[in-house]
Ligand binder design. Structure first.
Ligand SMILES: Cc1cc2nc3c(=O)[nH]c(=O)nc-3n(C[C@H](O)[C@H](O)[C@H](O)COP(=O)(O)O)c2cc1C
Length: 476
């Protein structure tokens, strides 16, 4: 049998009977076929067990009218002449689109930013507009090894607000076994409702050890990580994947990584439409989001678009242009958490909340500082708010000396005094709203482990690199 990627699937004559209560199917014998017709079974993802002792292989049932086609996707693991005895449901939620048919809005995971205080602030703006569709707010990235070792700082970072729903946690890691342990910890201890896997980090200290946006290049390692995470989640929590386009223009990985993630049961694939080498420079290439959406059509896996959404109108444009199932918003909400209210209005067909003048901005800034102080104490909260102050005030007329003193704020009382010095009756312009905030680092050659690009099919990381790649604190 041709097990190459380009093998043309054939259709077997076999028709299976399905017990719809247990969702088990007895398929009898499949021989040398890539496809079989399966009647009366729900569309979704399933695990197929090969009684001959071959590898367990995942299959997906395509959307469409019954009978649906059961296609063995992982041809590399397909064994000729096998008895297929049962098709229990695969351990995944299939898709994770809590807002029904409308585009889902997600706060992008941002290290040093999306802590519980900021997530709450953003969520409250959305909930005030449309309480039934508040969106999804992801934590900063959490290093799976630090989580498994119960590092105190990391345990603090996964703590969510009592009413936070869903509790959405992003994991980073390069070792499928450790990631699986981290997922199991989150699921068994009921600490998460959604787990996102980070394959997008472009930072040199991460990619030089084979992590983040360097990792999908090693397709077996990538597959194993997604596979083990989905398996460990055991259908109790959806697992999603966040990708970049690839390493650089000559080493794009998003289409095959997206397909692999879909085959392995990822509940969505989010694409930041830049390569790792681009960092945050240039414009995100939204046409690649459309290409990924097209590529994942056969799996029914949702695609979320990410990159350069500064306004609710941008989000609408991305959905219209790419057909994506939702948007992931990062820098556009820095110093502008009310953007989530505007996004909720845009996708809910509700009146758009107005932009805030500087008086309104100062009120939100003050509330943000209070939430940080409530979560982390006034000492840490006052220091955490400093970087946000620069984002909140971006583009407004504020003297250099006042900006400097705000950037050194040490207490909430001092913050109140300094805010009272602002000229509050300033209106924002579109230019102010769309000003890039947060990271704007231009592109550069990506740091990679020696020989990384030589092959896509080796396992990927030496034991030495594995040990190094997960050392470090979460949120880096
Ligand atoms: C300050 C900052 C921290 C980030 N940290 C993470 C992270 O921890 N995990 C991750 O997957 N992406 C991280 N990102 C990338 C964002 O999630 C997002 O993909 C990127 O900013 C592009 O979206 P945007 O144009 O809407 O900002 C970070 C981005 C910024 C600006």
């Amino acid at each position: 049998m041709d097990t190459g990627e380009n093998a043309v699937p054939q259709t077997a004559e076999l028709v299976a009977s399905v017990d719809r209560r247990s969702r088990d199917a007895d398929l009898g014998k499949l021989s040398g076929r890539d496809e079989a017709i399966l009647k009366g079974c729900d569309v979704g993802h399933y695990l197929i067990e090969l009684s001959s002792g071959g590898h367990a292989t995942r299959v997906a049932l395509r959307a469409g009218s019954r009978p649906v086609t059961l296609r063995i996707l992982d041809t590399a693991n397909y064994v000729d002449n096998v008895d297929v005895t049962s098709v229990p449901p695969m351990r995944t939620h299939g898709t994770f689109l809590p807002d029904g048919g409308r585009p889902v809005v997600v706060l992008a995971p941002m290290a040093g930013v999306t802590n519980r205080a900021f997530r709450r602030l953003c969520r409250e703006f959305a909930a005030a507009v449309d309480p039934a569709h508040p969106g999804i707010y992801v934590t900063e990235m959490i290093t799976s090894r630090a989580l498994v070792e119960r590092d105190a700082e990391t345990m603090g970072m996964i703590a969510c607000e009592p009413d936070e729903q869903p509790r959405s946690i992003q994991l980073y890691g390069v070792d499928a076994g450790i990631i699986a342990k981290a997922v199991r910890l989150l699921v068994d201890e009921d600490r998460a409702d959604h787990i996102d896997l980070n394959f997008g980090c472009p930072v040199a200290k991460v990619t030089r050890k084979g992590g983040g946006s360097a990792l999908p290049w090693k397709r077996l390692l990538f597959r194993d990580i997604v596979r083990e995470a989905v398996r460990a989640a055991d259908g109790r929590v959806p697992v999603t994947v966040k990708l970049r386009l690839g390493i650089d223009d000559d080493h794009l990985t998003y289409l095959d990584a997206g397909r692999t993630a879909a085959q392995e049961g990822a509940a969505w694939v989010a694409l930041h439409a830049r390569t790792g080498a681009q960092m945050y420079g240039g414009a995100a290439d939204w046409s690649s989001i459309a290409r990924l959406k097209e590529a994942l059509g056969e799996f029914g896996t949702p695609v979320l678009g990410n990159g350069d959404i500064w306004t609710a109108a941008d989000a609408r444009r991305m959905v219209d242009q790419t057909g994506c199932d939702g948007v992931v918003v990062g820098r556009g909400c820095l110093g502008r958490p009310w953007l989530f209210g505007q996004l909720a209005a845009e996708f809910g067909g509700l009146p758009t909340p107005a932009e805030l003048d500087l008086a309104g901005v100062a009120d939100v800034l003050r509330l943000h500082a209070q939430l940080l102080a409530d979560a982390f104490g006034e000492y840490k909260g006052s220091r955490e708010i400093r970087k946000h102050i620069a984002w909140y005030l971006k583009g407004f007329r504020v003297g250099g000396d006042l900006r400097h003193r705000l950037g050194m704020v040490e207490s909430l009382g001092q913050l109140d005094d300094l805010l009272s010095e602002l000229e509050l009756d300033q209106r924002p312009t579109l230019e102010i709203i769309s000003m890039p905030r947060g990271r704007t680092t231009a592109g550069r050659r990506m740091s990679l482990p020696a020989g990384w690009l030589d092959s896509r099919d080796d396992v990927g990381l030496s034991a030495e690199l594995l040990a190094l790649a997960e050392v470090g604190v979460s949120g880096g």
